[in-house]
Design a protein around this ligand. Structure first.
Ligand code: PLP
Length: 651
């Protein structure tokens, strides 16, 4: 899509343009959080590429998608990136096993809850036999979905989560279909349910059993309460021994094949991982000496993503790589096993975030600006004293006095508003006072940005009063974790990286909710509260000012909600061409040399309403009847088109 030779790489002699590009990327931290997948072309546009995939000019791509009829906001899914990430995890474990002479082997598992959208599962299913990945479910629909996939010998299908009898039956059914199913017990009650369901009929194939252990070791980061003795998950040691006793009693202890633990998602430090693996390996070895059929040690998920590029233990980063994770895990397990003479277990990991976070880029367009500087209105011939005071403050505000003058300006502005309330100031005077105060604030902001010598309070106030750009999306739908758990995502505009984007703006979304704003962008040197853009950007046609949020591929799709009735966005799926791609009747959105580009349209207005429990047909019929009855100017046909429209802002 974009010739590789136009990609900038750090040459020996850096041209001025290259320095500009690097400075621009550094402003957003993209030189660090995006170093594996972002670069910039000669036009100053961002290029996305991972592994050996051809680089994509994101700005050009979005314009093509727009031309093909789908507008922003949208999610770009580079699904080959998922296979690339799966391969990286597998290769890291294979290399670690080889280096330590580890004999147990490794199998990856994809936990479907991390992103259950169909293009993601399709991408995983396409390569899982080749790359050796099993699947994991934590609910009944998830289990139905993964058991409907083609079984692959030697690749387990794990059942986690809390299970009732119906869930157990589904697991037995999946085993009969041909999957190697392991039901991971969360409680003793689940064991009883399992045994009852087993007795229900003559199943011709049965799942095996695993136990989720409640480790004492905890993770580190936002999800550390998933582990530790107070966690809501898993069996204590006494309970695990009771499971074994009960199974021995019914002659079924040989059904136990797996020991599992999971100490949380986005684990920021490697040390707690090592400690948990050590504890888990000891448990595994001791249990294995009682239950010879145990063969899997399932470490759960948790590999952290370096969202802010700091490669540190900050909550939006991780201080280790996938390779270091694999090395440490294999080393710890083999050390425990070798020391105590345990056989090496087959290692399973349920890392999801590490496989899918990178593949998705969420694109929105920046719209109208709040806080535009409008001309100061003409006032009465005899200018009011308060207006003259504001005018002279504006004329004399400077670096050495801006804090004091800003305080004066606030007093004058407040006095002007009080005078207006008491009837001593005209509407034009009030408007002039507001406009002059706005200019003084902008001037003080400029000075404070360059030489912040004012108080922290003033800097904070000026920051809040920044120019606001409206991003055409809903954070509740597209980056819900930002709102709910302060998960910070990296972002950057799609173009302008050959210039000096040094105009900090606030980004607010289009929901009618004051929480609907993005006031933190991941950055390695401390998150940004505003996004630096080009000052001229607000004069552009809005559809050209695109902003991308990166690393949005894990969890956001399922957690996104319909607050304000903004529905799921358009999805554009890009993958390299396959031999099997249809020649005629191609489902491609547009032809492209490098990628097969297809689209799954987002929710229409009527689909969103239907999701909220309104019957689409009744709604349609009632709108048509009322428009016809009232002979509305736009007519019934128009109303139907409006129902089929996209809830987000259109051009
Ligand atoms: N396995 C279990 C049991 C989980 O609860 C989770 C998520 O919290 C995962 C795997 C996936 O974790 P991650 O996406 O952090 O790799």
């Amino acid at each position: 899509m974009c010739p590789q030779d136009s990609i900038r790489s750090g040459g020996l002699e850096m041209t001025r343009a290259e320095t500009k590009v690097q400075r621009s990327l550094a402003r957003y931290g993209a030189d660090r959080w995006g170093k594996e997948f972002l670069s910039v072309n000669d036009s100053g546009h961002l290029l996305f590429s991972m592994g050996d995939m051809p680089a994509v000019d994101l700005q050009a791509l979005v314009l093509r998608i727009q031309k093909a009829g789908l507008s922003t906001p949208l999610v770009l899914r580079f699904t080959d990136v998922i296979a690339d990430r799966m391969k990286r995890l597998r290769d890291a474990f294979f290399a670690a096993c080889e280096a330590t002479n580890y004999r147990g082997g490794f199998t990856g598992i994809y936990p479907i809850k991390v992103n259950s959208r169909s293009p993601i599962l399709e991408a995983i299913v396409e390569v899982r036999a080749r790359l050796g990945f099993g699947l994991e479910a934590g609910s009944k629909p998830e289990l139905l979905l993964i058991s409907a996939q083609q079984p692959v010998d030697g690749l387990p299908l794990l059942c986690n989560g809390f299970k009732d009898r119906e869930f157990m039956r589904m697991a037995f059914h999946a085993a009969e279909i041909g999957h190697e199913v392991v039901i991971v017990l969360e409680s003793l009650r689940e064991l009883n349910r399992f045994l009852e369901v087993e007795e229900e009929r003559q199943w011709h194939s049965r799942p095996s059993l695993g136990m989720r252990a409640k480790l004492y070791s905890k993770g580190a980061g936002k999800w550390e309460t998933s582990g530790g003795e107070l966690s809501k998950f898993g069996l204590t040691t006494v309970e695990m021994l009771e499971v074994i006793r009960r199974l021995e009693r019914v002659g079924s202890v040989d059904r136990l094949t797996l020991l599992h633990f999971h100490i949380g998602s986005q684990i920021t430090k490697i040390r707690p991982i090592k400690m948990a693996v050590r504890e888990g390996a000891q448990l595994w070895g001791h249990l294995r000496s009682r239950v010879p059929t145990l063969r899997y040690l399932d470490l759960g998920g948790g590999i952290g993503i370096d969202y802010d590029g700091s490669h540190s233990s900050s909550s939006c980063s991780s201080n280790y790589s996938v390779e270091e994770y694999a090395n440490q895990v294999v080393f710890e397990i083999s050390e425990v096993c070798n020391e105590h003479g345990f056989i090496h277990p087959q290692i399973l990991t349920e890392s999801g975030r590490a496989l899918v976070a990178h593949h998705a880029v969420t694109i929105t367009d920046l719209r109208q600006v709040q806080g535009q500087v409008l001309p100061v209105p003409e006032v009465s011939k005899e200018e009011h004293r308060i207006i003259s005071e504001l005018r002279s403050t504006l004329a004399s505000v400077a670096e050495n006095n801006y804090e004091e003058y800003f305080h004066d300006a606030v007093d004058f502005r407040d006095e002007a508003l009080q005078l207006f309330s008491r009837g001593y100031l005209s509407l034009d005077d009030r408007a002039a006072a507001e406009a002059l105060f706005h200019r003084i604030r902008l001037r003080c902001q400029e000075i404070d940005d360059q030489v912040p010598s004012g108080s922290a309070e003033l800097t904070g106030y000026l920051r809040q009063a920044r120019v606001k750009y409206l991003a055409n999306f809903s954070i509740f739908q597209s980056i819900p974790d930002f709102w709910s758990i302060n998960q910070i995502f990296p972002a950057a505009p799609l173009r302008g990286h050959d210039g000096e984007p040094n105009y900090p703006v606030q980004i607010v979304d289009i929901t009618c909710d004051s929480d609907g704003r993005v006031d933190a962008f991941a950055h390695p040197d401390g998150n940004l509260t505003e996004l630096p853009l080009h000052r001229a950007a607000h004069e552009e046609s809005p559809s050209e000012g695109y902003l991308a949020f990166f690393l949005t591929g894990a969890y956001q799709d399922a957690l996104g909600n319909l607050h304000n009735m903004f529905g799921r966005c358009h999805e554009i799926i890009l993958r390299r061409h396959r031999e099997s791609d249809p020649k005629d009747g191609d489902d491609a959105l547009f032809p492209d040399d490098d990628f097969h580009v297809s689209a799954r349209p987002g929710m229409s207005n009527s689909q969103v309403l239907a999701q909220m429990g309104y019957d689409e047909d009744t709604m349609r019929a009632s709108i048509v009847a009322r428009s016809t009855e009232q002979a509305t100017s736009l007519g019934a046909e128009w109303a139907l088109t409006a129902l089929a429209g996209y809830p987000y802002l259109q051009r």
